[in-house]
Write a protein that binds this ligand. Structure first.
Ligand code: SF4
Ligand code: SF4
Length: 369
């Protein structure tokens, strides 16, 4: 599955690092092939593997290149469906042998079976992310376009646990499931997973702008999430939902609670992406090609490419994000800004916050790792 189906759990335990030198997570779209054809698919997955996909030899070179980062990032093997590559487990084993923590983001198809989940564990993978996009079968199956997918997904979670893997649930929050989030939170708790990662839809790939929540709806979900994470039996995080950090900070200030800012990752800042044909991008949701791993050093591209450097420079942000006291902590979702305006430095279209120039918000005092 796309890197929407990611495994960020380990990122939480990664020591603070200089995000200008090394990403915390590298997402590698091993293939764009997938047996499913979800309506919102970022990767615009296709039934067959692309003839110009990285070869096995090129894949092994890519692993060596990823392992050159210091500190070594988490490597998320994603897609398409990474299980569509026959050499998946060899690539994973090589990654583990190179000192990388390797996570898997498979699609829930017939390939996501107990045998392959055991092979994943045997290859050194310890964490898997599985997508659940609705509390009800109706909403989830409609999302995936496959009748019965909801039940298969719940079974895949059980099978992954049986194989010894820790499991994270990923959910794309959008128009079709926003009213189900309360019920979904309870279902996720019943699944005994370690994390729930809520992805906030970015209209890229096959996803459309009308599927996205309004700024006010985003804000309401962020407040709901802040309350949920106080009592949830799993860790909660957001992806493509940077303004949650601002909401969490403001709420904790109001409540006199301590606030431990999470790593202020964003596209190209703590995150980078390799496509199935080797393109290097700031993220899968921000498809600006900055090089190709066949010809370009991933490490140098991440550290020195002007697009990556601009993405890490909050002073270059435009519009209300440019003057926002929280822009180092938050910065807005760069992928959503790009998808909605064509400018990756434009203001975040999903945030209703408007800094009051006469107030003395203390966001700038927050120095996220
Ligand atoms: S499972 Fe759906 S979203 Fe994931 S790669 Fe396949 S088609 Fe795309
Ligand atoms: S205005 Fe921009 S930087 Fe400020 S909280 Fe909203 S998205 Fe974040």
């Amino acid at each position: 599955m796309t890197e929407r189906h990611t495994a960020h759990t380990q990122a939480q335990s990664t020591p603070p690092s200089d995000l200008s030198q090394a990403p915390i997570v590298v997402f590698w779209e091993l293939t764009r092939a997938c047996a499913l054809a979800c309506k919102h698919c970022r990767a615009q997955a296709q039934p067959l593997r692309h003839p110009l996909e990285l070869s096995a030899k090129e894949a092994y070179s890519a692993v060596e290149e990823i392992a050159r980062f210091q500190p070594k990032p988490i490597l998320v093997l994603t897609g398409g469906d990474p299980l569509m590559r026959r050499d998946l487990f060899e690539i994973a084993s090589q990654g583990v042998a190179s000192g990388l923590r390797v996570s898997l983001s498979p699609s829930v198809t017939a390939l996501c079976n107990p045998k392959n989940l055991r092979r994943a564990y045997e290859s050194g993978i310890r964490h898997i992310s599985i997508s659940l996009d609705g509390a009800s079968a109706q909403v989830h199956d409609e999302f995936r376009g496959v009748h019965g997918s909801h039940g298969q997904t719940l079974q895949a979670v059980a099978d992954a646990h049986e194989a010894g893997l820790s499991v994270q649930i990923n959910t794309t929050v959008c128009r079709s499931n926003v009213t189900e989030l309360d019920t979904l939170a309870t279902l996720v708790a019943n699944l005994k997973v370690v994390m729930w990662d809520l992805f906030f839809l970015v209209p890229t790939g096959r996803a459309h702008r009308q599927d996205m929540l309004s700024p006010e709806e985003h804000e309401a979900v962020f407040h709901w999430l802040y309350d949920l994470q106080k009592s949830a039996p799993y860790r909660v995080k957001t992806t493509l939902g940077q303004p949650f950090r601002r909401v969490a900070f403001q709420r904790s200030q109001q409540e006199g609670a301590s606030f431990a800012p999470p790593p202020a990752t964003n596209d190209g800042k703590g995150i980078c992406f390799i496509s199935h044909v080797g393109q290097i991008c700031p993220s899968g949701f921000l498809p600006i090609v900055c090089g190709n791993i066949r010809a370009t050093s991933l490490v140098e591209t991440y550290q020195t490419h002007p697009v990556f450097q601009a993405l890490r420079d909050s002073q270059q942000l435009q519009g209300k994000c440019g003057v926002c006291p929280f822009n180092r902590l938050c910065g807005g979702c760069r992928a959503r800004a790009y998808a909605c305006s064509g400018d990756f430095l434009a203001e975040e279209p999903a945030c209703p916050y408007l800094a009051d120039p006469l107030s003395h918000e203390v966001g700038l005092a927050v120095t996220p790792v």
